[in-house]
Design a protein around this ligand. Structure first.
Ligand SMILES: [Zn+2]
Ligand SMILES: [Zn+2]
Length: 378
């Protein structure tokens, strides 16, 4: 067993490298190790190196694979993608065109695989972004989504052939699905254009799927969302991606959670934040207010005498369920001073009287401030 090096280390870039930096790093290394550009005695060694950097680039240049790798390391990639799948979505073309060099991937990953694996390849994974409410996330919920994807043809069961129709070996590739030619140390393999890589030719293609073995259709998919999911949480639904080739396993569907904005609360991890206006007399004298909670209820909260505006109170365990800590977060309430827009004449009278016997009125405060400034600047 060989131990794989970290992909970022292989390309010599940092974990926060931009896609342009990753491409540039690969460009430079590929130019250095491309088998067409090294001395004959170094071909084997640089071929290995070339494969290593190309695999690192294939993963880090694909947003999904990169995300998977960043979260789970090599296990996240090797567990989900065959060697062929790793390279499938990568656009090496433009890079090698610049050098006037050919791609060398045919035999890099083709070798170890049997013909069967190649022909019956797994379907592609799909991603679906689902916006949900904070309430849905807090309590967990069940959802139904409708997706348009390919499924195995129900008539021919994925074979692509009409019932009782025979398949014959492709005369061009003799059933191998690929045709090869050699160039220096590397042999190149190309998908056979006559049979499309299947190695067989169907005499009477299935009428329903036109020989493709799969059809496009809408499916309703039901699934559970666990309590506590946050923006970006990805839920895997096995086998609901695109159908595989010729009856191969279907890919998976990844439902990625997006959170809708809430009218009262904002969320940070498992904690909730909100603001409430409280009247000056309650803040000054102390009292009790009612605070909303995410379950739609209200909780009484004590305000101590002399509470300044902007103070933040915490209600324990009134936040979200946390997927990581298996407990409840807290709710934080920031109190703000409410200044009434209109006052009755009686209220004005009382406030004016209050002001006349208070020592913390604005005039005095200002004087002090000016005095301080004056002293400091002398
Ligand atoms: Zn069919
Ligand atoms: Zn063929």
């Amino acid at each position: 067993m060989t131990i794989k090096r970290d992909y970022y280390e292989v390309l010599g870039v940092g974990k926060s490298a931009s896609s342009a930096e990753i491409k540039k790093a690969y460009h430079t290394l590929a130019l250095q190790y491309h088998p067409d550009r090294v001395a004959p005695e170094k071909k084997k060694e640089s071929g290995e190196k070339f494969k290593e950097i190309s695999e690192a680039y294939a993963v880090l240049s694909d947003a999904n694979k990169k995300n998977q790798y960043d979260q789970f390391g090599h296990a996240g990639i090797d567990g989900r993608y065959s060697a062929e799948d790793i390279f499938r979505t990568t656009d090496f073309g433009s890079i090698f065109e610049d050098f006037g060099l050919g791609g060398v991937f045919g035999n890099l990953f083709g070798e170890g695989q049997t013909r069967k694996q190649r022909r019956y390849s797994r379907g592609v994974d799909l991603e679906y972004v689902l916006p949900i409410t904070l309430e849905d996330s807090a309590g967990g919920c069940e959802k139904k989504i409708s997706i348009y994807h390919t499924v195995m043809c129900p008539v021919c069961k994925g074979s692509g052939a009409e019932a009782h129709s025979k398949k014959k070996k492709c005369p061009q590739c003799h059933g191998r699905g690929q045709v090869g030619y050699n160039r220096g140390f590397f042999s190149f393999l190309q998908t056979c254009d006559k049979c499309g890589g299947k190695g067989e030719i169907i005499e009477n293609p299935c009428q329903r799927c036109k020989g493709r073995g799969k059809i496009k259709e809408s499916s309703n998919i039901f699934f559970k969302i666990p309590a506590g999911v946050d923006k970006g949480t990805s839920i895997r639904i096995k086998g609901k991606g695109e159908a595989g080739e010729l009856g191969g396993t279907s890919g998976d569907l990844y439902v990625v959670i997006d959170l809708k904005k809430h009218s009262v609360f904002t969320r940070q991890g498992s904690d909730l934040y909100t603001e409430m206006f409280v009247s000056f007399p309650i803040l000054a004298l102390g009292g009790e207010i009612e605070v909303p909670t995410l379950d739609g209820g209200k909780v009484k909260m004590k305000i101590p005498a002399g509470t300044p505006g902007g103070k933040i109170f915490r209600l324990r365990e009134k936040g979200m369920f946390s997927l990581h800590h298996r407990g409840l977060g807290d709710e934080y309430i920031k109190v703000k001073v409410r200044i009434p827009g209109k006052l009755t004449s009686r209220q004005k009278e009382l406030l004016a009287e209050y002001a006349s016997i208070s020592f913390d009125n604005i005039g005095e405060g200002k004087e002090n401030l000016f005095e301080k400034l004056f002293k400091k600047n002398r």
